[in-house]
Design a binder for this molecule. Sequence first.
Ligand code: PMP
Length: 411
Amino acid sequence: MNTVATAIDLRAIRAQFPVLDQEVNGKPLIYFDNAASSQTAKAVVDSLVQFYERDHANIHRGIHTLAERSTKGFEATRERVQQFINAGEADEIVFTKGTTESINLVAHSWATTFLKEGDEILISQLEHHSNIVPWQLAAERTGAVIKVIPINNVGEILQEEYKKLLSDKTKLVAVNYVSNSLGTINPVNEMIRSAHEVGATVLIDAAQASPHIKIDVQEMDCDFLALSSHKMYGPTGVGVLYGKRDLLEEMPPYQGGGEMIKDVSFNGTTYNDIPYKFEAGTPNIGEVIAFKYAMDFIDNIGHDVIKEYEHKLLMYANDKLRKIKGFTPIGTAKNKASVISFLIENVHPYDLGQLLDVRGIAVRTGHHCTQPLMDFLQIDGTVRASFAVYNTEEEIDVFCDALESIVKKFG
Ligand code: PMP
């Protein structure tokens, strides 16, 4: 058994991901594209099958048994999310399509209502496009100004520069907890505290953090937090927006339609209470119900165990990769999640991705939806290997051997 796997039962974990047990291009699949989307745990898939084979019905409005069943399952996930991120109340959990929609919801509803000309929005150089473009659109609508928090060459946010940018003009700070491109873990707790000292509201993009790090929104004291189920061994099409009750209550609806209303007439419409005010239309019911089992999967192993195991995989891979001729890591922050972005001399990232795919190894290549970060680094893109709890040292060995042979041929 794997040396770093002592604390976790890898065989049992991998058994919950039948997708891993297949050949791609005649080679056993090695899935290192977890930062884009992790594979789905079997209990999640089973729940989806159960829903579509036995329980499918629309939620909230029906009085028949199937409608009650699906409503109960849907609301049970809301309570599970509350517990998972330690929110004070289930009403502070809004279901969305994903992190992108969660951020857009805040950028439309909160930002359009509360920002005015000259107000400042701080985002970092490290952000995903999903945490840049919605604020650019909000700035266009309101006249607010975006200020970019600089980073150093290893991919860490410059905390002193951040503090210098904070002022009574700062109305919003929106930063990621973990960078999807470089894996940097940002000191969000301190950043939130500093933002609150100048009275700014803080949104944390936790898309890359939630599979790896225990999130406690009350301890963090963030005002908003966004995450995506599909990066947490759950289904696609489900995300969460956490918001503090008082903020959600004073925000206008994001979209209009069914579910989000109390009464509709042509003389005027009254809106539902939170969180339903933000959940217009029929959501991804079966996927939301199944998401509960993804959180169970994570909690059954435990965030501490996951973090430690993935960190060991990261260290193991770092040591081996460093020995490969022409290997350059991109992003070497002190505090990192299990994401390795890199370049190999004389091999274009796109070609490398294809050559690895031929060997059954899935990695991501390109700008990873962080073009401003790539501009800062003066590169077009990277190759990114990102590890999940089901990955192994043996897979890293195969990956490194594959890179060695590619370098020998093309490097
Ligand atoms: N933020 C970060 C840091 C991400 O990694 C991603 C997904 N790559 C997103 C936001 C967007 O998430 P989604 O596509 O699930 O909406």
